[in-house]
Design a protein around this ligand. Structure first.
Ligand SMILES: [Mg+2]
Length: 500
């Protein structure tokens, strides 16, 4: 347009029309004037189009820049909570570690996750779970200082990068404030949810060996420690945690092969009728015979097996081996099998057990199932269903380690138990503690009034055996009668009872 106007003015000023007329007159026959006008209009049109095109391109470029910015933000943000995501956290950690050493050693990484989040998600649905996570992020964000970064790692797991000043006091204060704030109830519509949080902390100490991965790993180990030591608390990473974690990983790796190679064997500890000293049955206890290290104690591998999802296979393999050995035992001798809380969630458990019993020809009525009180804490309805189906197959049910867990008396009334096993800590302290004696007597009386039998664990002296018999306890178990052994040594046990 501007070119057109300028062209008109120029033509007017220098009288170009006349000049063009003079120039074209000799060639009038060729109509050059018309051609020139066409050329002029084409030039004007081309100019107009190129200006329009360059304006469009500029607009497209600006839109592309905006979209790229938006995508970059999305790529670094957690879509649900709006806080940073794992990638953002990782980049931020990398940047901080790559700055000068002084800068790299004045921050810490904290990882926290929620206690009791899964039941809320399971019971009230993911929509409520998502709203809860959004509120968690808001509360956590409110505790941070400028320069700190909150990120969601996934699920109910979050991480923080926090500046450290006077080191421990600063971080401890922040961790305590954050955990306390997340322990307050959350309100989602009409629902009030109670969760808590556990936290692991790792300090960036500078040095070339530190990477975002090693820092996050250390914070994770500290979190694991916080969770195993009671939840609702925090732990700061120490090197010893790493050594323990390595051992745990090694055990898990070797345990998988051990199950397949038949290295986990049943040991038998006798259960004695206190009235006549007769062997009623044997508790099956797991022992790992490692090809290099020899006997591995169960407290070193049972918890790992539970976490690694191997406990079901181990338990069924022990049952199978024990039933094979029990074929030649006197009729009516029963086996007592420990079932982990994890196994109670398996709706096929009673079928799997019965398949083994049927295959070997061992009667279900000669199998006792031991469940610890803590198995009933997580989901009592699921546990009830499994217990009822085991009972329906003819097995008897015993509540193990009674008195040390969290079961309520309501469980004793509402679940189909046949027996209580009094925890060894009460029995072993009977000599020196009058309270323990009263407690044991009260447990036996309560069991009888509920129609349950009792087994006392941890009997080590004749005096205890006698006392428990007088209190009316039916069955005894402990070193007095026999340690767990790879074979059921009945003759040896009979001797011990004879001596009693
Ligand atoms: Mg037991």
């Amino acid at each position: 347009m501007a070119l057109g106007v300028t062209g008109t003015l120029v033509l007017h000023r220098f009288d170009w029309f006349e000049a063009v007329y003079d120039f074209t007159r000799p060639y009038e026959r060729l109509q050059i004037d018309n051609l020139l006008i066409i050329v002029l209009f084409v030039a004007i049109g081309a100019t107009f189009i190129s200006i329009r095109r360059s304006l469009d391109m500029r607009r497209e470029y600006e839109q592309r820049l905006k979209a790229e910015g938006r995508m970059k933000t999305l790529a670094l943000t957690d879509a649900l909570t709006g806080v940073a995501n794992r990638r953002h956290l990782y980049d931020a950690l990398k940047r901080r570690l790559e700055t000068n050493p002084a800068e790299a050693s004045c921050f810490a990484v904290c990882i926290f996750d929620l206690d009791r989040f899964k039941p809320i998600n399971d019971v009230h649905g993911h929509l409520v779970g998502d709203q809860l996570l959004q509120q968690i992020a808001e509360r956590a964000q409110a505790q941070l200082r400028s320069g700190d970064l909150l990120a969601r790692l996934g699920g109910d797991e979050f991480a923080l990068i926090v500046r450290t000043g006077a080191v421990d006091e600063d971080i401890s204060g922040l961790a305590e404030r954050l955990i306390a704030s997340l322990s307050e109830p959350f309100r989602i519509d009409q629902l009030v949810c109670h969760v808590g949080a556990s936290m692991g902390i790792a300090f960036a100490l500078g040095g070339a060996s530190q990477t975002p991965d090693t820092l996050l790993q250390k914070a994770d180990l500290a979190l694991y420690r916080a969770k195993t030591e009671g939840r609702g608390t925090f732990r700061v990473y120490q090197d010893a945690m790493d050594a323990k974690a390595r051992e745990r990983t090694l055990i898990e790796l070797e345990l998988r092969d051990a199950v397949e190679n038949g290295e986990i064997l049943p040991y038998f500890q006798p259960l004695i009728c206190l009235r006549d000293g007769r062997i009623e049955g044997y508790e099956i206890l797991a022992r790992w015979i490692h090809p290099s290290f020899g006997l591995v104690a169960p407290d070193r591998f049972i918890a790992v097996a539970e976490e690694a999802g191997l406990i079901g296979d181990i338990s069924l393999s022990l049952l199978e081996q024990a039933c094979e050995q029990a074929r030649d035992w006197p009729k009516g001798t029963y086996l007592s099998l420990n079932i982990s809380p994890v196994q109670l969630r398996d709706s096929q458990l009673s079928t799997k057990i019965c398949d083994i019993l049927d295959r070997i020809g061992f009667s279900a009525t000669c199998l006792e199932i031991e469940i610890t009180e803590n198995a009933l804490v997580h989901d009592v309805d699921v546990a009830r269903r499994t217990l009822i189906s085991l009972k329906a197959r003819g097995m008897t049910l015993a509540l193990d380690d009674f008195g040390t867990g969290y079961s309520s008396l309501q469980h004793l009334r509402s679940l189909p138990f046949d027996k209580l096993k009094i925890d060894q800590s009460f029995v072993m302290s009977m000599s020196e503690s009058a309270e323990s004696r009263k407690l044991v007597k009260a447990i036996i009386a309560m069991s009888h009034s509920l129609g349950l039998k009792t087994t006392a664990e941890g009997i080590e002296t004749h005096a205890h055996a006698l006392r428990l018999t007088q209190m009316g306890c039916e069955t005894g178990q402990g070193y007095l009668f026999g340690k767990p052994s790879p074979q059921a040594r009945q003759a040896w046990v009979a001797e011990a009872i004879g001596a009693a």
